[in-house]
Design a protein around this ligand. Structure first.
Ligand SMILES: Cc1cc2nc3c(=O)[nH]c(=O)nc-3n(C[C@H](O)[C@H](O)[C@H](O)COP(=O)(O)OP(=O)(O)OC[C@H]3O[C@@H](n4cnc5c(N)ncnc54)[C@H](O)[C@@H]3O)c2cc1C
Length: 566
C-alpha cells in the first residue's frame, strides 16, 4: 500500500538510520496519544515535548545538515527521506510540521551562502537541538517580496546596523539564527543576514496567530551585524530567497498528504461503523463516490509529489524541470488536499466538529497550505510561464529513475540563477500518456488535444494575457497535463493497478471539464474560444465493475487499519 500507515511503515530506505528516525517519530506521537495531542492543540501549548524529542534524537541535525557540515554519513539533506518525515508530521499535526518547515526555510539561505562561519554555527546549533527561522515577509508587503522596509546600514569595517520589522515569522520566538531579508540603504541592494532572537536589540512583539505555533511579529532596532552574519548581498541574496522557497514549498504538499491520510482513516472508520435507517453509512451511493474520489485524489497527490522528488533530486543547471513540478506540489497538491478534506467532511458531517477527533485539526490546518510561501495564485502565475514550451516544444532527456539513494542533494543549495523560466524545456508528456491504453486516459488525451487547439487557433488576446483571472483558469487546465503525466510515470514505477489508474483519470476528466466550463463562462472569452472550450468538456467512461472493485478492495479495505492511540 502506498498510503502512510504508521502501524506498518514499509517505505524503502537504503540505510537503517532513516528508518529508525521515522519509526521513533511515529512512536513519539503514538505515545503522546490523541487525547494529549488534542488538548495541546486546544490549549495552544508550545511543543516543547516534540522539540525535546527532536533534540534528544538529533533528528533535525541528521536530516537537515548537508553532508560536508555533518559529523557522519547519516547527516545529509536527502529529499527522499525528508518527504516521509514531512508526511508523518503532517499526519499528526501541522504545528509539528511547521517548526520543522520554517527551520528548513531558515537554513536555506545559510547553506546557500558562502559564509562558512555561519554554516558551521548552523551545524552546531542543529546538533544542540536549536530551531531556525526565515524572515522574509513583512506586514505591509505580503506576497510582494520585492519590497522591504528592513533597512541595513553599512557602517564600514564590516559593521552594519539593521532597523525594521518582520511579520508572520515562524519560530522567531526561539530561533538562534533567523535568516532575515532586507535592503542595504546606501546601495539599495538586497541583503540576507542572520539575526538572533535572544539578542537584546531583537524585540519580539507578539504571536500573530492563535495556535500552538509561534508566528512572530518582531522588530530590529539598531541591531548590530558584522560580516560574520551577512549571508549574501545583491543578486546572491535575492536568488537565495527564491531558491530557498523552491526547496521549502515542496514540503507543503507533503503536509497536505499527511493530513489527508489521517483524515481518510478516521472518516472510513466512522462511516463504516455508523448505522442509519438500518444500513451502514458506507452503503449510501454518494458516500462511496465521495470516498472513491478522496482516495484517488489522495493517491494522485502522493504519486505526483513522490515523482517530483525524483526530478528535484536529479536536477542540475542543465535540467531545471523541477521548477515546474515544485510549484505544482505547492499549489496543486495542497489545493487537492483541501478538496479531499471537503469530500471527507461531507461524509462524516457533524463528527468533523468534535473536539476528540483528529479531523477537527485537519479541517483547520489543511487551509493553511495553499496560502504559505506564496499564495496559490503566485505559484500559478509562475506555472503559466512554462505552458508554451511544455506543450509545444519538448526536448529529449535521459529517463529519470526513482531516486531513493542515500545521497546529499547538493544541487538544491547550488541552484544558481532564478531567471529564464520560460526557456526551460521538458520531456514529451505524450510518452507517459501513450504508455497506457485505458478508456479515461484516451478521453483525457482528447481533452489535451482540444486545449492545444484552443491555444493555437484561439490564442488568448493581449488583454486576456494580461488578465490574471483569465490566466489562472487557463493555468488550472494546463496544470492537469503535467500532473497526470507524473502520476502516470510513477504509476509504472509503483506498479499501480490499471483499474486505479483509470479511476484516477475519471476525476481528471471531470476536472478538465470543470475548468473548461470556467473558461467558456469568462466574460472575455470569444466565440471561437467558447467552441474550443466546449470541445474540452467531456464525460468520463463509466465502469461499474471497476468502481465496485476499487471500493471493496482499496477504499472499504482501509476500515480499521489505523486508529490513533487515545
Ligand atoms: C501561518 C503563517 C505562517 C507564515 N510563516 C512565514 C515565515 O515563517 N516566514 C515568512 O517569511 N513568511 C511567512 N508567512 C507569510 C506567507 O508566506 C505570506 O502569507 C504569503 O507570502 C502571502 O502574503 P499575504 O498572505 O500577505 O497575501 P497578500 O500579499 O496580501 O496577497 C493578497 C492577494 O493578492 C494575490 N497576489 C499577490 N501577488 C500576486 C501575484 N504576483 N499574482 C497574482 N496574485 C497575487 C494573492 O494571491 C492574494 O489573493 C506565513 C504566513 C502565515 C499565514
Amino acid at each position: 500500500m502506498i498510503l502512510l500507515n504508521p502501524k506498518q511503515l514499509n517505505r524503502f530506505y537504503p540505510d537503517d538510520k532513516s528508518r529508525e528516525i521515522m519509526q521513533k517519530t511515529v512512536q513519539f506521537f503514538e505515545n503522546k496519544g490523541k487525547k494529549k495531542l488534542k488538548s495541546d492543540f486546544h490549549e495552544r501549548v508550545w511543543y516543547d515535548d516534540f522539540l525535546g524529542f527532536v533534540k534528544k534524537e538529533k533528528i533535525f541535525s541528521t536530516l537537515l545538515t548537508p553532508t560536508p557540515y555533518g559529523g557522519s554519513d547519516d547527516h545529509r539533506w536527502d529529499t527522499w527521506r525528508n518527504c516521509e518525515f514531512n508526511e508523518i508530521l503532517g499526519f499528526y499535526g501541522l504545528c509539528y510540521w511547521y517548526t520543522w518547515q520554517v527551520s528548513i526555510l531558515g537554513l536555506g539561505p545559510i547553506w546557500m551562502s558562502k559564509n562558512e562561519a555561519a554554516k558551521k554555527m548552523a551545524a552546531k546549533y542543529l546538533e544542540e537541538g536549536e530551531i531556525f527561522a526565515f524572515g522574509l515577509s513583512e506586514k505591509s508587503h505580503g506576497a510582494d517580496i520585492y519590497s522591504s522596509d528592513m533597512m541595513v546600514t553599512d557602517l564600514g569595517n564590516g559593521n552594519f546596523r539593521a532597523n525594521g520589522g518582520k511579520y508572520y515569522i515562524g519560530n522567531a520566538n526561539k530561533a538562534r539564527m533567523i535568516s532575515t531579508f532586507g535592503i542595504l540603504d546606501d546601495s539599495n541592494e538586497y541583503v540576507f543576514f542572520v539575526a538572533d532572537s535572544q539578542n537584546k536589540n531583537f524585540e519580539l512583539i507578539k504571536n500573530v496567530v492563535n495556535s500552538q505555533s509561534y508566528v512572530a511579529e518582531f522588530n530590529l532596532q539598531d541591531y548590530a551585524i558584522t560580516d560574520n552574519e551577512i549571508l549574501g548581498k545583491g543578486e546572491e541574496a535575492w536568488n537565495s530567497a527564491l531558491n530557498t522557497i523552491n526547496v521549502g514549498k515542496y514540503n507543503l504538499g507533503w503536509a497536505s498528504i499527511g493530513i489527508c491520510t489521517h483524515a481518510l482513516y478516521e472518516a472510513i472508520n466512522h462511516a463504516s461503523n455508523r448505522i442509519l435507517y438500518g444500513k451502514y453509512v458506507t452503503d449510501f451511493s454518494q458516500v462511496r463516490q465521495l470516498f472513491i474520489d478522496s482516495y484517488t485524489r489522495l493517491l494522485s497527490m502522493k504519486l505526483f509529489a513522490l515523482r517530483a522528488s525524483d526530478y528535484m533530486r536529479s536536477a542540475s543547471l542543465e535540467d531545471r524541470r523541477y521548477l515546474l513540478y515544485n510549484p505544482m506540489v505547492k499549489m496543486k497538491v495542497t489545493m487537492q488536499g483541501e478538496d479531499v478534506i471537503n469530500l471527507l467532511w461531507d461524509v462524516i458531517a457533524a463528527k468533523g466538529f468534535e473536539k476528540d477527533m483528529y479531523f477537527e485539526i485537519a479541517a483547520i490546518d489543511i487551509r493553511a497550505l495553499p496560502k504559505l510561501e506564496g499564495t496559490a495564485h503566485v505559484n500559478m502565475a509562475l506555472i503559466v510561464k512554462f505552458m508554451a514550451n511544455f506543450l509545444f516544444n519538448p526536448k529529449e532527456y535521459p529517463e529519470i529513475p526513482q531516486c531513493s539513494d542515500a545521497a546529499n542533494d547538493d544541487f538544491l543549495f547550488n541552484q544558481g540563477t532564478t531567471r529564464g523560466l520560460g526557456k526551460i524545456q521538458f520531456h514529451d508528456y505524450q510518452i507517459a500518456y501513450n504508455s497506457f491504453d485505458l478508456p479515461n486516459i484516451a478521453i483525457f488525451k482528447e481533452q489535451i488535444t482540444a486545449l492545444k487547439e484552443f491555444l493555437t487557433h484561439a490564442t488568448p488576446n493581449e488583454k486576456q494575457q494580461k488578465d490574471i483571472d483569465f490566466l489562472l483558469t487557463l493555468g488550472e487546465i494546463f496544470t492537469l497535463v503535467p500532473y497526470g503525466q507524473l502520476i502516470l510515470e510513477n504509476a509504472k514505477i509503483y506498479n499501480i493497478e490499471e483499474s486505479i489508474i483509470d479511476q484516477i483519470f475519471d476525476f481528471m476528466v471531470r476536472d478538465f471539464s470543470k475548468y473548461a466550463l470556467q473558461i467558456y463562462s469568462k466574460p472575455s472569452s470569444t466565440e471561437k474560444q467558447m467552441d474550443y472550450a466546449l470541445k474540452m468538456i467531456r464525460k468520463p467512461k463509466e465502469n461499474v465493475e471497476q468502481y465496485n472493485s476499487i471500493w471493496t478492495n482499496h477504499v472499504y479495505a482501509l476500515k480499521g487499519i489505523y486508529e490513533m492511540k487515545e
